[in-house]
Design a binder for this molecule. Sequence first.
Ligand SMILES: *Cc1c(COP(=O)(O)O)cnc(C)c1O
Length: 382
Amino acid sequence: MKFNTKTIHGNQHPEESTGAVMVPVFQTSTYAQNSPGNHKGYAYSRGKNPTRFALENAIASLENGTHGFAFASGLAAIDCVLRTLNPGDEIIAGDDLYGGTYRLFTELFQKYGLSFQYVNMDKPENVVNAISIKTKLIWIETPTNPLMKIADIEAITKMVKQINNTILVAVDNTFATPYLQRPLDLGADIVMHSATKYLGGHSDLVMGALVVKNNKLAEQLHFIQFAAGAIAGPMDSFLALRGIKTLHVRMQRHCENAMFVAQFLSSHPSIETVFYPGLTNHSNHEIAKKQMDDFGGMVSFRFKEDTKTAAFSFLEKIKVFTLAESLGGVESLANHSVTMTHGSIPEEERLKVGITDSLVRLSVGIEDIDDLIADLDQALSK
Ligand SMILES: *Cc1c(COP(=O)(O)O)cnc(C)c1O
């Protein structure tokens, strides 16, 4: 099946007992048994729920994996991956991570004896140079949030596996979605999503997902999902399942609109830099072109006057864009990284990677491009 068919039919089937084309919301915690231990595959919904199971299979199909797992949030999905590790293990992660991921690493898991190294993954050599005997996991985010840096998944995976093929490579594929990039095909072991964003696509749920293609790893993740219990609920699973059926059409428009927005901003006199992997002046444009089928819906930019005042003045004037955290929904959003999504990153750290005071991140929605450009234009005018 081609991707655009898979979003609608991949691993998806009408519900068996009634033929319902959309899998119903199985809003139940438990299931009747004929005799003790004799049931229809469902015993208790923390372990397995038909709506969640349908979604997990659908996401696995999109990522070309064999097993999917849905969680209460994206961070719960990352938490599940980290629980496969042991005290003393080391993780190498990108230096421009989603703020909540960084917080989970530094403020929770470091306490339990895991250690983290943050490297610029623009160059695969930086990852390789950081590997030690204790390294067990490589955590890649690409494109990164909010600076849209690109890591070469295939090159990193190849080099890491050559040194030690037991090191797991995980990719946060939230920004790209499987419409643009399929990390398992590039050699990664685990794909992670904040399904809150593009997979759900309508800003109406919070959810996370993992996909793998290795049975042993799947067993391990399934055990942790069951034992720790941060599962996605049936109603949210239904909404996410509905969301992914239009992933390809939404993503196509997100990409088109974002390219227009990036070009418009690039030519605006009050803007210093636009961060969008689709622009030929982006530092890793060539890798993005090779690795992704298009460049996504996220665009960041910095003002020439690199102050909070410059960013705030713009953010208070936008009308079609909504000033809000999150991304990936049909509506366009704008975000001030320093005060909003990346508030948990110490100033010294964020300045080192380039998250400066005037940095604005746009999640370009699927509205008419003329209205989006007109809105940006009026909000940027003095
Ligand atoms: C939002 C986000 C997360 C966290 O997901 P939640 O669903 O908010 O828990 C992780 N990674 C990226 C890239 C995100 O944008």
